[in-house]
Design a protein around this ligand. Structure first.
Ligand SMILES: Nc1ccn([C@@H]2O[C@H](COP(=O)(O)OP(=O)(O)OP(=O)(O)O)[C@@H](O)[C@H]2O)c(=O)n1
Ligand SMILES: C[C@](O)(CO)[C@H](O)COP(=O)(O)O
Length: 237
């Protein structure tokens, strides 16, 4: 790859983890002696093209300062918002316009070096505004009827052709991402990932076929899975 603007990782870590039902936000749960957030930082910092990390932490977070990385020179801390996109916007406000923002959930610690490489390669060399890691949908997809019955009832089977799961990291020029997030916020467009904001602003975004082991820890059953995938990643590195 030729000379390019700096690539700065943005880590939204201001969530409460309500679906995890733990005694603390899931990014501070421990796997193999390290918090989920520290595993995520390690995955990003081990990559030679990532020069800095900006983390968004909740305003009343009592855990972050206790981490040994809290005062690392490569780390900038900002205060997160009420939603994930507000947290990402607060972090992108600190980035130089011409830099690349590589946004990655704190809750996805099982990220491989190979997938970061593939994402960066696509974002830097394709004629698109940016790229995201994703995995093609494997299972038959059912749309449930909207009324909340128990059990839920199938309304119809969705066509899964060309359907992908959006993962992170998601990589865009910092100035374009900031403008797209601000536009979505002002227009009241709900965005659950950075690509949604970029799409709403008319940008083309590429999908990079990634390892499905890069799960977002969301519910209690995800913890043993993440533990397994982290062991497998380290055995193969
Ligand atoms: N206001 C928020 C909400 C979420 N996040 C971050 O965005 C990522 C993905 O969000 P999600 O899994 O939904 O996290 P939580 O909000 O923590 O979980 P839940 O929805 O179960 O409450 C996580 O790394 C989370 O810390 C954030 O930075 N700021
Ligand atoms: C960004 C994300 O992880 C991509 O799958 C996801 O959209 C986050 O959504 P959530 O509603 O915060 O779980």
């Amino acid at each position: 790859m030729t000379q390019h603007p700096p690539i700065i990782a943005v880590v939204p870590a201001a969530g409460v983890g309500s679906r995890m039902q733990a005694d603390r936000p899931k990014q501070y749960l421990t796997i193999h002696g390290k918090t989920v957030l520290e595993h995520t930082f390690n995955a990003l910092c081990d990559h030679p093209l990532i020069t800095r990390v900006v983390v968004a932490v909740s305003h009343d977070d009592p855990y972050f300062d206790a981490l040994s990385v809290a005062r690392a020179p490569w780390l900038t801390r900002v205060t997160g918002g009420h939603t994930r996109s507000e947290s990402v916007l607060a972090a992108t406000a600190t980035l130089p316009d011409a830099s690349w923002a590589l946004v990655h959930d704190a809750a996805r610690p099982c990220l491989s070096h190979k997938d970061i490489d593939a994402l960066i390669q696509t974002a830097l060399t394709s004629s698109v505004a940016g790229a995201i890691l994703a995995t093609p949908v494997r299972d038959t997809m059912k749309r449930a009827q909207p009324d909340l019955t128990e059990p839920a009832l199938i309304a119809h089977t969705e066509n899964r052709e060309h359907l992908w799961h959006a993962l992170t990291p998601q990589m865009f020029r910092a100035d374009q991402l900031r403008a797209a997030l601000e536009h979505a916020q002002q227009a009241g467009i709900p965005v659950t990932d950075e690509a949604s904001a970029m799409e709403a602003s008319g940008h083309a975004v590429a999908l990079v076929d990634a390892n499905p082991a890069n799960i977002k820890i969301t519910r209690p059953a995800d913890m043993p899975l993440a533990q397994f995938y982290l062991s497998a990643l380290h055995d193969n590195s």
